[in-house]
Design a protein around this ligand. Structure first.
Ligand code: NAP
Length: 822
């Protein structure tokens, strides 16, 4: 007779299939052919072309959907525009009711949605049923709440307008929910383009929207290829683009929307680290790895695809992992007891396989378990690549499939270094039973979500999004609302500037003012001096640059003349060049990272320093007033008001230095989820010409208050208030390198700043052409940008010149998830 243990070991899982019949009936009702969902109606364009959707687990045809062209894109945008007029004015409490109705309908049709999602995408029904669809409903409930509260809690903001939303195929329903729920809650209307491989659940969702009675045109679903996506991005009547997808396409969209005044949020790729310290619960961490990399067949933007294990437990951990892999079940997505379903499409399968072969050619040892695989369909074995160099392409690039690479480390510092050795920064998972060690690692890893002793946690109440080349903007949580809002005083920027046709740098150099920089020549004496009233040579007081806390001579030894409003020479400043910018960035970096770097100082310390700056500026009040009058020709009264406002603004940000740290998020996790407003890093700031002192202070102060270090390019026309500011900084205990100032030709200097790989964000308040250039060039490393499009901003006005918008731009949100309990 067999023992219980033997029986347990030999016990086979029987199949537990979910029935596809309800989905098939729904597809048949539509004759397996779908039009576009515009104005709550199915629209079938004359002579439409169709795209076929197949079930990747058995290649069966599911349905055909329309390939939208320009006419259809125009119609969908027009419907959204027409609906925007009334939807944006519908009271938030009424909009909330519609969102609740959608949430309820999602729950009502839960099973149909889940089965369709698994049939179209190939993901296990266990995941679509227990994760994707519940989270979809959760997002509508969560944002219904914000619609309800908008008028009281977000009274400084208004809707953005018509939003074009483009989503990928890995979580078709969830991505749709992340985008549509906050957008319509805040009074925007949308045109959403699903990914071509997975269009069907968005079309079923369209029916749910109609069933909820949402007014026509608020949500429009437009199926189509990447070309239709591109038309949506280009459309002049679209006010914002929200994109989730690959970093390569994100880069295209950044360039395409540059200079247009459209808002943009990008949720891009990742190569997230999964860090296991020696004292972690190794068995728990093994289950974590399974959820991190084999969830959704590894086709997850935040998949824990880089395993980083402490060296002394690595052999044991890898052996345990291989044992676990030997028990994984790959098969029919509708079978409730499988771990992994099918890969979405043959081309994706080929890409994954190509990467595994590359890994082997890079020297990896490849482990794939000897498990039973389905005979047909697009299935791929869970795969582990060990023995790779940290610089190997397989370790650096996103594979987007069930392939885990593994590395080892010796010290916690090395673990963090390896974790951050990537151009991405979407998520990370950290495993240790030492809470101090785990939280220290969590705060040092550069990623938008960090899961401590858990992985792949999501909830409507917590934002999700990337650092670095994983994009910018957040989806989820209160922070996700700002992607769909604009300050109340601000209209959609419509810069009076025609962007050059998409092309190469040669097109860019044609943008006025962005060609080659010709250094300045000696300034002619003013008439007064030429007339010989004072013929003694002047002592040269040309201010130098301010880099690393010291005054340094400009590298190129050229100078720029500063003229008064009447053309009189009032001084000269250094004409900075590339080398000066590079030195300034290096100094800013050192100040950011050195221990304890500026970012690591506590808020109280930063606020004290800002108070000192305010006091010291005030002590020199009269001097600064005189300088502003001299440079700008404005009245004494107006200059006095500017200096007083600058002092006041410094006091405001001294106040904010310890009051914008973050929040505890009310997620569904049993434990703690904290949103930390982290600094972005090194911020390059090009200041406006209006209000040379106040513009400078209004931008510098929020950036440094929140722990960033800055490279400032002061007003080109009136730079002397900024160079006078050196002394204020010197006497205010500002550590060297926190504020660096490079004077010169603004556009020329910004060019180097925006192209610099070590600059994390650029704020540019110059011309419309310059704004275009900055946004376009920022795509190289996807740095964040904040530009003024050459439009006026009243810096004297508190609403426009300080506050939440500035703090938002000075920070990026990291959500740290810590479960509690045994
Ligand atoms: P993708 O190729 O970038 O496509 C994403 C979407 O963009 C699809 O709807 C696609 O349409 C469309 N598209 C492609 N080229 C376009 C263009 N030039 N203009 C406008 N639209 C265009 O990405 P994918 O392969 O579907 O998805 C995988 C990627 O998404 C991975 O890199 C993953 O990390 C990322 N992702 C990120 C997140 C996040 O939250 N950060 C979440 C999920 C996925 P077609 O399908 O018709 O080509």
């Amino acid at each position: 007779m067999s023992t219980l243990l033997e029986l347990f070991k030999t016990m086979e899982y029987g199949p537990a299939p979910e029935s596809p019949s309800a989905v098939n009936a729904w597809l048949e009702e539509h004759n397996r052919k779908f039009g576009l969902f515009i104005n709550n109606e199915w629209v079938t364009p004359k002579g439409a072309k169709y795209f076929a959707s197949h079930n990747p687990s058995n290649d069966e045809l599911l349905a055909e959907t329309v390939q939208a062209g320009q006419k259809e894109v125009d119609a969908a945008v027009a419907a959204a525009r027409a609906a925007f007029e009334s939807w944006s004015r519908t009271p938030g409490v009424v909009r909330a009711r519609y969102l609740y109705a959608i949430a309820r309908n999602i729950q009502k049709h839960h099973r149909l949605l889940a089965v369709l999602e698994s049939m179209d995408n190939g993901k296990p029904i266990r995941e679509s049923r227990d994760i994707d669809v519940p989270l979809l409903a959760r997002h509508f409930y969560y944002y219904a709440g914000w619609a309800q509260l908008m008028e009281t809690e977000l009274r400084d903001y208004q809707s953005v307008g018509v939003v074009g939303q483009i989503i990928p195929w890995n979580f078709p329903l969830l991505m749709l929910g992340w985008k549509i729920a906050p957008a319509i809650a805040m009074g925007n209307t949308v045109v959403l383009k699903p990914a071509s491989y997975t269009r069907l659940s968005a079309l079923l969702f369209a029916e749910i929207v109609a069933e909820a009675g949402l007014p026509p045109g608020v949500v429009n679903i437009m199926t189509g290829s990447s070309k239709a996506g591109s038309m949506l991005v280009e459309h002049p009547d679209v006010d914002k683009i929200a994109f989730t997808g690959s970093t390569d396409v994100g880069r295209i969209l950044r360039r395409q929307t540059a200079g247009s005044g459209k808002k943009l949020s990008l949720e891009l790729g990742g190569k997230s680290p999964f860090v296991v310290f020696e004292d972690a619960d190794l068995d728990g961490a093994i289950e974590g790895v399974v959820d991190a990399i084999w969830f959704n067949q590894g086709q997850v933007c935040c998949a824990g695809s880089r395993l980083i294990v402490q060296e002394n437990v690595a052999a044991k951990f890898i052996q345990k992992l291989k044992n676990r892999m030997d028990h994984m079940r790959v098969g029919d997505p509708l079978d409730k007891s499988i771990d992994m379903g099918a890969i979405v499409d043959q081309s994706q399968w080929d890409t994954i396989d190509g990467w595994v072969k590359t890994g082997v050619s890079e020297g990896a040892e490849c482990y794939q378990p000897n498990i039973k695989m389905p005979e047909h369909g697009l299935f791929y074995k869970p795969t582990l690549l060990t023995g790779l160099d940290p610089a190997a392409a397989t370790v650096q690039e996103e594979i987007f499939g069930p392939v885990l690479v593994s590395l080892t480390f010796r010290t916690p510092a090395e673990a963090v270094e390896l974790a951050n050795n990537t151009r991405y920064g979407l998520a990370a998972s950290v495993w240790s039973d030492n809470i101090n060690l785990a939280l220290e690692a969590a705060s040092n890893i550069k990623a938008g979500s960090v899961w401590v002793n858990c992985t792949n946690q999501f909830d409507g109440a917590s934002g999700f999004g990337g650092y670095r080349e994983s994009g910018f903007g957040r989806e989820g949580g209160k922070e996700g609302l700002f992607e769909y809002l604009r300050p109340i005083w601000m209209e959609r920027p419509r810069p009076d500037f025609k962007t050059p046709a998409e092309g190469t740098k040669s097109t860019l150099s044609k943008v006025e003012g962005w060609g080659e920089h010709v250094p300045a020549r000696p300034a002619m004496p003013t008439t007064e001096r030429a007339n010989g009233s004072d013929l003694r040579p002047r002592v040269d007081r040309t201010p130098k640059m301010y880099i690393g806390g010291k005054q340094v001579r400009p590298d190129g030894a050229y100078t720029l003349s500063v003229l008064s409003a009447k053309g009189k020479l009032v001084g000269q400043v250094g004409d900075g060049n590339r080398k000066d910018i590079r030195d300034a960035v290096e100094a800013a970096h050192a100040a950011h990272l050195s221990k304890p770097g500026w970012a690591m100082r506590h808020g109280f310390n930063r606020s004290q320093i800002l108070y000192f700056i305010a006091e010291n500026l005030d002590a020199r009040n009269a001097e600064f007033v005189k300088r502003i009058v001299e440079m700008t020709g404005r009245t004494q009264k107006s200059a006095q008001a500017e200096v007083d406002a600058a002092v006041e603004r410094l006091f405001s940000y001294a106040a904010w230095a310890d009051k914008y740290g973050g929040t505890v998020q009310e997620t569904t996790l049993r434990g703690i989820t904290v949103a930390v407003n982290e600094p972005i890093g090194v911020v390059g700031i090009a200041c406006p010409d209006e209000y040379p002192l106040l513009g400078f202070v209004s931008l510098m102060a929020p950036a440094i208050a929140r722990g960033n270090t800055v490279v400032m390019i002061p007003s080109q026309k009136h730079p002397l208030s900024a160079t006078d500011f050196y002394q204020v900084l010197d006497t205010s205990d500002v550590p060297g390198g926190v504020v660096n100032i490079v004077t010169g030709d603004r556009e020329h200097l910004v060019k180097t700043l925006v192209q610099h790989e070590d600059v994390d964000s650029i704020w540019y308040f110059g011309t419309a052409e310059g704004s275009y250039y900055v946004e376009y060039e920022s795509a190289a490393n996807m740095k964040r940008t904040w530009v003024g499009h050459g439009l006026p901003r009243n810096w004297m006005d508190r609403e426009q010149g300080e506050g939440h918008e500035f703090l938002h731009e000075a920070t990026q949100v990291k959500n740290i998830w810590v479960p509690t309990g045994e």
